[in-house]
Ligand binder design. Structure first.
Ligand code: IMP
Ligand code: MG
Length: 211
């Protein structure tokens, strides 16, 4: 971290400025000072508004059959935490962690399960909660894997979908937060090499997609 960023963080940590109206601004400035970050694609307010809308839709659609939300770690952790609180139903939560083999080899579609679910899916109404859909291969694999476990229903909710001219596997996306341009983005759970997950909004990562 640069000295400038350290200074901003240190000021809050000293305790002197805590509780002042400028406190949240100084946190945002840390990100504004980062040369690797480009324009804000989605603001904190836009995300919160859309997540609340999705939560209402899911609440209505699942009123008579509370869902099991399956969060795909790590990218979806923040979205999952927020949307779960916007769903007014006695839902259940579980997590899966997957890693796509070499994002450069987009045709392979081979996904490794790093952490599997604890809960048995038999007879449950499962809703996969994903951060972002690019080629769709990760989700396609996940859907097949979860379908084989006998859920009563299976649907997908993805916060972001990248606009694409390439055909995608049919994923029956029931809920989509935003369609975005095919740029590499970070923040609100999305990372590049494990960084920027705690950026509160979603921004373009200027250094390009990691290989
Ligand atoms: P897909 O299999 O090509 O759809 O890739 C989806 C996965 O790649 C997501 O779950 C993310 O983990 C990651 N990913 C794709 N695009 C981005 C991005 O712009 N920023 C951060 N991660 C991304
Ligand atoms: Mg992901």
């Amino acid at each position: 971290m640069s000295a400038a960023v350290g200074d901003l963080v240190g000021r809050g940590a000293s305790g002197e400025d805590l509780g002042t109206p400028s406190e949240s601004l100084s946190v945002l400035n840390m990100w504004d000072a980062d040369p690797a970050l480009g324009r804000v694609v989605l603001t904190v307010e836009q995300i919160a508004k859309r997540v609340a809308e999705l939560g209402k839709m899911i609440t209505a659609d699942y009123a008579d059959r509370p869902p099991l939300l399956v969060g795909v770690l790590k990218g979806a952790f923040m979205f999952l935490a927020d949307i779960a609180r916007e769903i007014q139903l006695p839902l259940e939560l579980d997590f899966m962690a997957v890693s796509s083999y070499g994002r450069s080899t987009k045709t392979s579609g081979v996904v490794r399960i790093l952490k599997d679910l604890d809960i048995d899916l038999t007879g449950r109404h499962v809703l996969i909660v994903e951060d972002i859909l690019d080629s769709g291969l990760t989700l396609s694999y996940l859907r097949k894997s979860l379908l084989a476990r006998g859920p009563k229903s299976l649907a997908v909710c993805s916060l972001l979908v990248k606009r694409s001219t390439e055909p995608r596997p049919d994923l029956e996306l029931a809920y989509v937060g935003f369609e975005i341009e095919p740029e590499f983005v970070v923040g609100y759970g999305l990372d590049v090499a494990e960084r920027y997950r705690n950026l509160p909004d979603i921004r373009v990562y200027l250094a390009g997609e990691p290989t």
